[in-house]
Design a protein around this ligand. Structure first.
Ligand SMILES: [Cu+2]
Length: 185
């Protein structure tokens, strides 16, 4: 191989390295762009989408008046549970839901940010004043599940919890026919 040939090969290798370096830099910049965009996008929204509600009139009018709280059966047989968090309790304090049925939670806060989770399940959400939090889940284990507040909300936070009682669908339908709301007692 001539000296020129060796130089040519080296040159080609250097060019190829530069091209690949450029490709990886473009990839890194693209990924940083995606991270920045999603970060700003999610930071500018409440965690559960935008469904505003006036926290000052919750008890007076609209979806979260007292007689609407707790469980209700929808036309398709699924269940909706409405609840409110306030310093330092949930309303209702205990709610009955059926096992192996789609249960949609709709909740909001009357004062500061609260959160709740249903222990032993994947139900976990924040309650932000001014917004409705909603998610759908399904419970499979019968029994009482503790539902604590998991966002520090003030001096009484540690004592803020409720219960979710999972019963069979048959028991649930009977409880609902006896008393609306599916409250535990
Ligand atoms: Cu709390």
């Amino acid at each position: 191989m001539s000296v020129d040939g060796a130089e040519g090969t080296e040159h080609a290798a250097a060019d190829a390295e530069r091209r690949w370096a450029a490709v990886s830099i473009v990839l890194i910049l693209a990924l940083l762009g995606v991270i920045t965009f999603t970060g700003i996008h999610w930071a500018s929204m409440p965690p559960s989408g935008i469904e505003p509600v006036d926290p000052t009139t919750l008890h007076v009018s609209g979806e979260f008046v007292e007689q609407n709280l707790g469980a209700q059966i929808r036309a398709d047989g699924s269940v909706i549970v409405r609840l409110i968090g306030q310093q330092y309790s949930f309303t209702p304090q205990c709610v009955v839901v059926p096992a192996d049925t789609k249960v949609t939670f709709r909740g909001t806060s009357a004062d500061v940010v609260h959160g709740f989770l249903v222990t032993g399940t994947n139900a976990n959400a924040m309650l932000v004043p001014g917004y409705v939090t909603t998610f759908t889940t399904q419970f499979s284990h019968l029994g009482d599940h503790l539902m604590p507040c998991h966002e520090f909300c003030g001096t009484g936070h540690a004592a803020m919890w409720a219960h979710v009682r999972v019963v069979s669908r048959t028991d649930f339908d009977r409880i609902m026919s006896e008393k609306s709301g599916g409250h535990c007692d």
